[in-house]
Design a binder for this molecule. Structure first.
Ligand SMILES: [Zn+2]
Length: 384
């Protein structure tokens, strides 16, 4: 893995270039969240219809494979790239995801981290986690963390930092050859613990940083100082990945704090609910960026006879070939093609949002972009 910061604007927001897998990729970037390595509704043959190389980073949780195949089998097949036949894609392993592998802080103990998974609640010890990582051979993986929600006590926050740093050392000691290691940073809603964790992890020999414990009930207003407490204590030349910030406003908060990589559970939730993203993407040229409602619910009867595409001028497969009326029909008759078409459009659209952000950073106009976006959406829509 190689990472270079190309431009910094507004103090912390940065644009960079990440080399992972076969394609160089510009940051800030979106990692597509997957179930067992593939986006939930997009099959491998449809993956190439998403923009390249923007769609080439796939985030997965090794815990998705707790119900099999077992690590030994995956290892014998040759790892995840070989098993899924996706050799050109970069796989990023994170223990927790925002959909199916949620941290369960009450049951986490000194031996390992607990998660709610499709196979029930599971305690995962560092040695078991590393066995999964070694067999799957991702391009990038994050160390095991004890993530806690925003409301826990200072004592619990301190314990979570101590455990996460200890497990970081254990994971690094067992780390397989190849694959970049991202050290996990926690600390909940305690500024001092966030700083302490970032300082400790920054001393370790890692390729980058994974910022955990966000999207776990902290308020939008509390978040920026917590993010700064982390990023201000990290070396600038290494990339930072965050989990749990999905809404456009949350992504902008992360970027303003100097985060480079994001997960994308937002797209999954939208798609599942029958929503399509429609906010304008043409960046600084549009004075009313974000001013329209951000998304539409295609289940609504008003789209039954609407023969226009979701977004006029969108070059995704869905908008090029289908109308709102057709997708409305597919949703009403519970055809999975509805979610397939929606996930293609929503992914395309959200990757376009990241492209606009990168452009704004490179032009030195990120703060302006963020303010316009947030203000116009606040005045016309409820955040959702
Ligand atoms: Zn589209």
């Amino acid at each position: 893995m190689k990472f270079t910061v190309k431009a910094v604007t507004g103090g912390r927001a940065r644009a960079g270039m990440l080399h992972l897998g076969s394609n160089p990729m510009e940051t800030p970037a979106l990692l597509l969240s997957t179930r067992k390595g593939l986006p939930v509704f997009i099959s491998p043959d449809l993956l190439p219809c998403l923009p390249r190389p923007d769609s080439h980073l796939l985030q997965f949780s090794p815990l998705h494979f707790l119900d099999g195949p077992c690590p030994k089998t995956i290892s014998s097949i040759g790892g995840l790239h070989q098993m899924l036949g996706l050799h050109e894609y970069g796989f990023v392993a994170v223990a927790r995801d925002s959909v199916q592998s949620l941290p369960e802080f009450d049951s986490t103990n000194k031996f390992g981290a607990s998660f709610e998974t499709p196979c029930g609640r599971r305690l995962v010890k560092p040695v078991e986690y590393m066995e999964m990582i070694s067999s799957m051979r991702p391009n990038l993986w994050t160390t095991l963390a004890d993530e806690v929600p925003a409301w826990v006590s200072d004592k619990r926050n301190k314990t979570s930092v101590d455990r996460t740093v200890k497990w970081l050392d254990e994971c690094i000691a067992m780390s397989p050859a190849g694959g970049a290691v991202f050290g996990s940073i926690v600390g909940g809603s305690n500024i001092e613990e966030r700083q302490r964790c970032a300082q400790e992890v920054a001393k370790r020999n890692v390729s980058g940083y994974w910022i955990g414990g966000f999207g776990l009930a902290e308020s939008m207003d509390d978040r920026p100082p917590l993010l700064y407490a982390v990023t201000d204590n990290l070396p600038e030349e290494r990339p930072r990945l965050i989990c749990g910030l999905g809404l456009p406003e949350e992504v902008l908060q992360g970027i303003a704090a100097g985060v480079d990589l994001f997960d994308s559970a937002y797209i999954y939730h939208l798609t599942l609910g029958g929503f399509a993203l429609i906010f304008p993407l043409d960046g600084m040229e549009t004075s009313d960026i974000g001013s329209e409602c951000t998304k539409i619910n295609l289940r609504a009867t008003m789209y039954r006879k609407d023969t226009t595409p979701i977004v006029e001028g969108c070059s995704c497969y869905t908008c090029q070939n289908h109308t709102k009326a057709y997708i409305n029909h597919l949703l009403n008759v519970h055809e999975m093609l509805a979610q397939i078409l929606l996930e293609i459009h929503n992914t395309y659209h959200y990757l376009g949002f990241f492209r606009s952000i990168r452009y704004a950073i490179k032009e030195g106009k990120f703060e302006e972009f963020q303010n316009k976006f947030v203000q116009s959406r606040r005045s016309s829509c409820i955040l959702e």
